[in-house]
Design a binder for this molecule. Structure first.
Ligand code: SAM
Ligand code: SF4
Length: 493
């Protein structure tokens, strides 16, 4: 356990975010908490502000209680004048702790002190302010202590995205439809996923409610002259429901939104894919499919709780190709337990051979709602630079094969503090992925736990409406959720 004492300020969470970059999920307690047992403590850290007449100083200190030498190490970051601005104070406190822990641990953190804010969003803001590439690179390095290559990656991604987010208008929006059922739960998963086997009886009432929600909200939007840009059916695993149920849902969507620029359906688990389901998807105008290996290693697939092997992935992929699906995405994850560079290289090689139009490279994140979090999973590889090497390997191999990065986002507790990167072949960027990440377009979302984001461009502001996560409660309260959504949309139209 780590004890953090804050002196002269109350920004415990902000400073903790920096500590987590170095120590992952180790528990951090506030010093004054009387429950703390000093016996369980490995590190004592202090974060202190002193304001002088013409100076602000931010001092961080480190005392390791296990190494026996009882030597405190400190670092002081100073700014001329007394800082009043809260945001500036938080940044200075973060820099101070970051510098101290970088020196003590010798660890390099690719994105520096950047936590919580999406790097590509920052690049868009800086481009809007008129900065050129060199100025943006310099900004990332001096303000956030980010690596130059990470900053360059964010710039490259932003440039690809510009044309998609600059022409947004409020009458063209995107849609998300959630199917929260899966054949089994993957150990790292934190999404709304219910066992399709245990919840068989809920599938029909769920689809009925979903259809009611889509119909009512779509009628409202059509009356306002709204058009669809992209539609994304995700989950869960949409293909875990029966073909007939899928057809009913697709027909309902097409009743309103047949005219669209991109229509994705996740078919994440190859064990849920059949020729009939793929035909139904093709017939309904699905233009983009996602078939997700995560890894091509059979023993890893078993270890992470996916009930399929690598041959099923390849079969599903070619089945889709045989039906002329010409925009297929494949998700993979870096840092899966038990995997080294050899297994990862094999996955990348197999994917390069299949040659899908999109490859999304994720970095394992230990999320609160996952099985890995419950069992207090501690994968050493999460912080020993293996993930970093895997990410480089993925980038080199995919770029050599004609892919380029087009979207990027980060989450908490990612292996080696990396990122998730979407790669695509020329012209095959997923519009939905760009819009959901950059948040410059309204996304209307249907289904349990779905989050609608309404974008008010004049104020550059988002308002959210959350649907209920629990399936039974979602079904029972469907009318109230429809009302809430329409009321929020009414503020925009
Ligand atoms: C929205 S999720 C779900 C997609 C689909 N249900 C599936 O699992 O095939 C999209 C992707 O995020 C990645 N992912 C999910 N949980 C993750 C985690 N804890 N760490 C890293 N990547 C994760 C997986 O590659 C997954 O395919
Ligand atoms: S298939 Fe996707 S949504 Fe389902 S449990 Fe696995 S990660 Fe979660």
């Amino acid at each position: 356990m780590i004890i953090l004492e804050c002196i002269g300020h109350e920004y415990f969470n902000e400073v903790s975010d920096i500590i987590k970059l170095f120590y992952g999920k180790t528990k951090i307690s506030f010093h004054k908490n009387s429950d703390n047992n000093i016996q369980d403590t490995d590190l004592l850290l202090t974060s202190k502000i002193i304001f002088d007449e013409n100076l602000s100083s931010f001092t961080s200190s480190y005392l390791n209680l296990n190494d026996g030498n009882n030597k405190e190490i400190t670092y002081t970051y100073t700014k001329k004048n007394q800082i009043q601005d809260k945001k500036e104070i938080k940044i200075a406190l973060k820099i101070s702790m970051y510098k101290l822990l970088s020196d003590v641990t010798g660890k390099k953190i690719p994105w520096g002190i950047l936590t919580g804010i999406r790097p590509v969003k920052i690049v868009h803001q800086l481009i809007d302010k008129g900065m050129n590439d060199d100025e943006i690179l310099n900004y990332f390095q001096t303000q956030y202590y980010a690596d130059r290559d990470r900053a360059q990656l964010a710039i490259d991604v932003a440039k690809v995205q510009r044309k998609y987010i600059k022409n947004n208008d409020k009458n063209k929006i995107s849609f998300y439809i959630g199917i929260p059922f899966c054949p089994s739960r993957c150990n790292y998963c934190s999404f709304t996923s219910n066992s399709i086997v245990k919840n068989k009886d809920l599938v029909k009432p769920y689809i009925d409610s979903l259809i009611l929600e889509i119909k009512e909200v779509s009628k409202y939007l059509i009356s306002k002259g709204v058009k669809a840009q992209s539609i994304y059916i995700g989950g869960g695993t949409p293909t875990s429901i029966e073909t007939g149920e899928l057809e009913i849902l697709l027909n309902c969507i097409n009743e309103f939104w047949m005219d669209n620029e991109e229509f994705t359906c996740e078919a994440g688990r190859p064990d849920t894919i059949s020729i009939d389901k793929l035909k139904a998807l093709k017939e309904a105008g699905i233009t983009r499919l996602s078939i997700n290996p995560q890894t091509m290693d059979d023993s890893t697939l078993k270890r992470i709780g996916r009930k399929h092997n690598h041959s099923q992935i390849i079969e599903a992929f070619y089945l889709a190709r045989s039906l002329d699906f010409n925009n297929i995405n494949m998700d993979i994850i870096i840092g899966l337990p038990g995997e080294g560079l050899k297994e990862f290289e094999n996955t990348i090689d197999c994917i390069n051979k299949l040659n899908p139009e999109n490859v999304t490279v994720h970095t394992l994140a230990i999320k609160r709602a996952s099985i890995y979090n419950e069992i207090d999973f501690n994968n050493k590889q999460l912080h020993d630079n293996t993930a970093y090497k895997m990410m480089e390997l993925a980038r080199n191999n995919l770029e050599a094969n004609g892919y380029y990065p087009y979207y990027l986002y980060r989450q908490k507790y990612m292996a080696d503090n990396l990122e998730n990167i979407g790669y695509c072949m020329k012209g095959k960027e997923c519009i939905y992925n760009i819009q959901i990440m950059e948040e410059k377009q309204s996304i209307v979302a249907f289904g349990a736990d779905a989050v609608t984001k309404v974008y008010f461009s004049e104020e550059d502001r988002l308002e959210r409406q959350h649907n209920i996560k629990d399936l039974r409660l979602y079904i029972k309260n469907i009318d109230a959720q429809i009302d809430k959504k329409i009321r929020l949309l009414d503020e925009l139209y």
